[in-house]
Design a protein around this ligand. Structure first.
Ligand SMILES: Cc1ncc(COP(=O)(O)O)c(C=O)c1O
Length: 426
């Protein structure tokens, strides 16, 4: 019997209780004089939850190491894009990336979205995660209010919180395709006060839902009328399964930059290009943010990784787009398997999975048996060696009723996982 650690819970942060006053000598000796060290503790900024997906991924690794045949629908990670046999020796690059790559990224906006972007406004970063840190630092001050929807990608909330920025969570659901609307934003302002920013992802994680051109335009217009910085996370562009009614030009996702030249667009080589481990992303910045962003980037990161930038230069050819589109066709087949199995899964309401290789569903009748999605996920991993992610990370209020499946694992893994889940539920 393999021993697995207890439920997926954020370990409580270790706090050292300060000594009771009575025990502290009136004039304590310094550590150099042989006195006791004053108790140290981690910063209050670091009191944010760990990303549960990464903990479960770790646990999947442990179970595999112990001989279990685990099927993981946990991490949002496509199989890695083949790397060239040789890369050039690499030194630092400019803090915003190499000029050829910044120009190539601008060219990507021309070819996918028909928009001219000045390469000087392109900042290459260490993944989109690096872009979030630098964009939030550049755009907001401690105490500012920034809105996002729940369920949503947990790192937005956690990075903002660590930076002392107030997070305004907008509860969303099927009525708005789990996306914000001007009405929901008005309501958030009435309840919490003026916003400094809004973060939106389309396709979104964990729901996979997308905003159409007119819905996105309504949101960018709402923000620009009120001086609210609009941040569009477009990391899942290109991984879309749009219905045939969506016009061809919008099928890969509508970029906020098409609608509002002042929008901050964040993207990454991780998902469509399958380069998660290379840690490379980018931001399109409004002109007023370029110099302050560069000041921060040059201190925080010095430069984005050079070998990754060299590989990324090979991302925008017709040949690479075709290769990546074939990978997306594989995701589409895996997605179809889940949609076909919906009634046998016997779960509750699911978000429409428009893109981003995620399927987010309430557990419905399964909750009566398992209590909540954390217990369900734990029982499924122990009983059937299938890893799924409970929704609590994505939605602190209602996520305990939902799970996320990532079908980036591919058709065979998804077929096997569905089989096991259905047998496990009996
Ligand atoms: C919505 C979203 N944004 C950003 C990221 C971060 O990706 P990276 O830092 O690899 O670019 C992820 C990763 O899963 C994501 O789901």
């Amino acid at each position: 019997m393999v021993k697995v650690p207890g439920p997926f819970k954020t370990p409580p942060s270790i706090k050292l209780d300060p000594k009771p006053l009575a025990e502290v000598p009136a004039e304590p000796l310094s550590p150099a004089q042989g006195g006791a060290r004053a108790p140290l503790s981690a910063s209050r900024r670091s009191e944010i939850p760990v990303f549960e997906v990464m903990q479960i991924t770790d646990e999947v690794g442990r179970r595999r190491h112990a001989g279990h045949d685990v099927v993981s629908l946990c991490a949002g990670e496509p199989s890695a894009r083949p790397a060239p046999g040789t890369l050039q020796p690499a030194g630092y690059t400019g803090p915003l990336g190499t000029t050829p790559l910044r120009e190539a990224i601008a060219g990507h906006y021309r070819s996918w979205y028909g928009v001219e972007v000045d390469p000087a406004r392109v900042a290459v970063t260490t993944g989109s995660s690096g872009a979030f840190q630098l964009v939030f630092l550049t755009a907001f001050d401690p105490g500012d209010r920034v809105a996002l929807v729940s369920p949503g990608y947990p790192a937005y909330r956690n990075i903002l919180t660590a930076l002392g920025i107030h997070v305004v969570e907008i509860a969303s659901g099927p009525a708005t395709r789990y996306q914000p609307t001007p009405e929901l934003l008005d309501e958030a302002v009435r309840e919490h006060g003026d916003l400094a920013g809004l973060i939106v992802a389309s396709p979104a994680n964990p729901t996979g839902t997308m905003l159409g051109r007119s819905e996105l335009a309504a949101i960018t217009a709402w923000c620009s009328a009120r001086g609210v910085r609009f941040i569009s996370d477009e990391i899942y562009h290109g991984i879309t399964f749009a219905d045939p009614a969506v016009p061809q030009r919008d099928r890969r996702g509508v970029s906020a930059i098409e609608l509002d030249g002042e929008a901050i667009v964040i993207n990454s080589f991780s998902k469509y290009w399958g380069m998660t481990g290379w840690r490379l992303g980018w931001a399109l910045l409004p002109e007023d943010m370029v110099a302050p962003f560069e000041a921060l980037a040059s201190n925080f990161a010095l430069s984005p990784p050079a070998p990754a930038q060299e590989l990324a230069m090979r991302s925008f050819s017709d040949e690479t787009y075709e290769e990546r589109d074939r990978v997306v066709e594989g995701f589409a087949r895996a997605r179809a398997l889940i949609l076909e199995a919906e009634s046998s899964l016997n779960w509750g309401t699911a978000a429409p999975s428009d893109g981003a290789f995620y399927y987010y569903s309430e557990l419905g009748p399964q909750l009566e048996r398992f209590g909540d999605s954390s217990s369900y996920a734990r029982a499924l991993l122990e009983g059937a060696d299938v890893a799924v992610v409970p929704g609590g990370d994505f939605d602190p209020v209602a996520g305990h009723r939902a799970v996320r499946l990532s079908y980036a694992a591919g058709e065979a893994a998804v077929a096997e996982a569905l089989d096991r889940i259905i047998r496990f539920q009996g």
